[in-house]
Design a protein around this ligand. Structure first.
Ligand code: SF4
Ligand code: SF4
Length: 349
C-alpha cells in the first residue's frame, strides 16, 4: 500500500472504530510528568508532548503476572496449559519500544518458543508514532540505533502538522487502515514535508555515549574489575526498579499456588529482577551475585555484552527509563561512559 496521510481530526474516529473490534491501549498522563499505557476509554491525543511511559508496552505481551497452567492432583493428576490472549491494539508506540518488542520477539522464539508470549504477539497490532524531538534528557535511542525502526509494527505515523503521514507495513496494517480510517494517499507535498522533518531531527538527538556502540561488548568483557562497580555498590539500593521499567528485561520467576483443598492449583510466573538480592541464590543457599555492585555489573553485561554478542544488537534501546526511575540517580549513560573512560586510562597506564 502507498504511504497515506490521516487528518488529525479523524484520529478519534479511527480509534473509536478500532475499539469496536479490539481492546485498544494508548498513552495517557497519570500525573504531572508521568505517562502510562492504559486501555483507552476516552481518546487522548497520543501526539501531545510525550515522555516515555512508566512501564513499557511489553506488559501487554509479557504481563507482570501470568498463569501458565492449571493442575489437579485428584482424582488423578491432570495438567492444562493456560494461554490468555485477546485481540489488542497498541496505539502510539514509540520506536524505542518497538525495538524493545522486537528484541523480546527474538528472546521468546529463539531456542524455545514461549507460546504465552507468541500468542499474545500474534494477537497484537502495533501502531507506531515517530519521534521528531528527543523526549527527555535520559533518552539516547539514536546512538543505539533505535530512533528509526524498519520492522516490528503494522503502521507507523509521523506528525507532519495537521495530519499524520502514515506508512503501512503489514497486511494487518492495511486491513485496519482500509476498514477503519479516513485517509488520503500521500502526494508529493506530504512526502516532501515528511522527508524534511525526518532530516531536521538528525542534529537534535545527541550521541551521548563516548564510543561506537559496537565496541561495548569487548569493553564490558574487560571491565570485570572496573572501580565503577565498587562505587555503584555503595550507591545502589538493590531495589530492582531499573529492571522492572526496562522494555528488554524478560527474567521471570515461576511458582505454584495451591488451592486450600491442596488438590488443585496454578503455576504462575511473574517478573523478576537481576538487581534484587535473591535473584542468583541457589538451593544450597549460595548467592552467586551477593553484592549490589556485582548485580549491576551483571545487568550492564546483559545489555551490552552477553545478549549483544549472542544476537548482534544492543539489548538496551536507549529509552532512559532506568536512569529516570532510579531513586539514587544511577545513570546508565554515565555508567557506560565511566567504563569507557576507565578502560582508556587502563590502556595508557
Ligand atoms: S537498560 Fe535502561 S535505557 Fe536501556 S532499554 Fe532498559 S530501561 Fe531503557
Ligand atoms: S533502580 Fe537504582 S538503586 Fe534500584 S536497583 Fe536499579 S540501580 Fe540500584
Amino acid at each position: 500500500m502507498n504511504d497515506i496521510y490521516i487528518n488529525k481530526k479523524d484520529l478519534k474516529s479511527f480509534c473509536d472504530k478500532l475499539k469496536e473490534r479490539y481492546t485498544v491501549y494508548g498513552v495517557r498522563q497519570k500525573e504531572e510528568g508521568f505517562y502510562v499505557f492504559d486501555e483507552i476509554d476516552e481518546f487522548s491525543d497520543p501526539l501531545k508532548e510525550y515522555k516515555p511511559t512508566i512501564l513499557p508496552p511489553k506488559k501487554y505481551l509479557f504481563p507482570q503476572q501470568e498463569t501458565l497452567l492449571r493442575f489437579d492432583t485428584q482424582p488423578h493428576p491432570d495438567v492444562k496449559p493456560v494461554i490468555e490472549s485477546k485481540k489488542q491494539v497498541l496505539f502510539g508506540v514509540r520506536p524505542c519500544d518497538i525495538h524493545g518488542i522486537s528484541l523480546l520477539d527474538k528472546i521468546f522464539t529463539t531456542d524455545h518458543e514461549d507460546k504465552n508470549y507468541t500468542q499474545k504477539r500474534a494477537d497484537t497490532i502495533i501502531i507506531g508514532i515517530d519521534c521528531l524531538e528527543p523526549c527527555y534528557e535520559h533518552a539516547y535511542c539514536a546512538i543505539v540505533g533505535c530512533l528509526d525502526v524498519d520492522d516490528g509494527y503494522d503502521i507507523m505515523m509521523t506528525d507532519i502538522g495537521d495530519s499524520l503521514y502514515t506508512s503501512v507495513k503489514t497486511e494487518m496494517g492495511e486491513e485496519i487502515v482500509t476498514n477503519f480510517a479516513e485517509y488520503t494517499v500521500a502526494g508529493e507535498e506530504e512526502r516532501q514535508r515528511f522527508r524534511e522533518l525526518r532530516s531536521e531531527r538528525e542534529g537534535k538527538f545527541e550521541k551521548m555515549i563516548n564510543t561506537d556502540i559496537s565496541n561495548l561488548p569487548l569493553l564490558f568483557q574487560n571491565a570485570d574489575n572496573d572501580p565503577v562497580w565498587d562505587e555503584l555498590n555503595d550507591k545502589c539500593l538493590g531495589c530492582g526498579r531499573c529492571n522492572i521499567v526496562c522494555p528488554t528485561c524478560y527474567c521471570f520467576d515461576v511458582y505454584d499456588c495451591m488451592e486450600l483443598s491442596m488438590t488443585s492449583g496454578e503455576r504462575c510466573r511473574e517478573w523478576d529482577a537481576c538487581t534484587l538480592k535473591d535473584f542468583a541464590v541457589v538451593s544450597s543457599g549460595e548467592n552467586f551475585r551477593s553484592t549490589r555492585g556485582h548485580r549491576l555489573r551483571h545487568r550492564f553485561n546483559r545489555k551490552f555484552n552477553y545478549l549483544m554478542t549472542k544476537h548482534n544488537t544492543s539489548f538496551c534501546v536507549g529509552c532512559g527509563r532506568c536512569s529516570k526511575t532510579c531513586p539514587v540517580n544511577i545513570d546508565l549513560v554515565e555508567t557506560v561512559n565511566a567504563v569507557i573512560k576507565n578502560n582508556k586510562n587502563h590502556e595508557t597506564e
